[in-house]
Write a protein that binds this ligand. Sequence first.
Ligand code: IPE
Ligand code: IPE
Ligand code: MG
Length: 280
Amino acid sequence: MFAEKLSKLLGGMLRPKPRYITMAVSPSAEPAQALPPDTMPRHVAIIMDGNGRWATNRGLPRSAGHAAGVEALRDIIRASDDWGVQCLTIYAFSTENWARSKEEVSALMGLLLKYFASEIDELDEKHVRILILGDVDGLPEAQRDAVCRAMERTKDNTGLKLNIALNYGGRAELVRAAKALADQVKAGELEPEAIDAAALEAQLYTAGQPDVDLLIRTSGELRLSNFLPWQTAYAEMVFDRTLWPDFDRACYLKALREYASRSRRFGGVEPKKATEDEHG
Ligand code: IPE
Ligand code: IPE
Ligand code: MG
């Protein structure tokens, strides 16, 4: 118990301290109080929704909304890095999104290639570590190669952990974890009685990362759409009506301030910090 606390304390001391967020970062944002580092979420997950409606509202094809969404994403990743968020998970393409028209799926896949080609140098320079959550083998070959190269190139980076949920489904992730545990039992490496939350968690794409503290969904939809069902079990949720391409640092800061104002109790009575919860 003592050793665990000490290692958490040392881990905390060794981690780079997030800078205070002040409004100097964005001229377009409303004046706001600085957010102290201990009210910052360690893991932010974002359902970037509303690209299609953004385009339709302008009389543009849906693909134009996705292209505009990439611009918004670029700044949100930079802001996460500037503000000392440890892990950022973004929902880029779900296992259900294959149901869209061929044109839209191929526009999204094309954007994916363009994204990695244009962003990888900056991300690597910023020491961002890229991890793909989802079934990479189910992607077309060129996209699979691009994401595998990005993961390989950045795997030793120690900055922001950028998880890109791609061909991701929460139920598929849990089925995959259950199969991995069953294989271990079959091979005699694991006793069924030894299966607990930690054992299952170790088989998730996000193994070793803290649970999601703050989940943001844009566009006004109030659902999870099969995103990180395990990792968001105790997440604070913020739903913003902004369509994703219009989501900027000011919107992000508003969500962070909302998070900072929440009282997280993890089933107890007294408010706790995420680091004090058992999944921290
Ligand atoms: C989210 O925007 C992007 C992806 C799902 C890839 P949408 O394309 O879902 O936009 P809306 O919800 O139709 O407006
Ligand atoms: C969730 O958005 C998936 C991504 C943002 C990649 P959707 O637009 O696909 O979700 P639903 O269909 O409205 O639930
Ligand atoms: Mg949508």
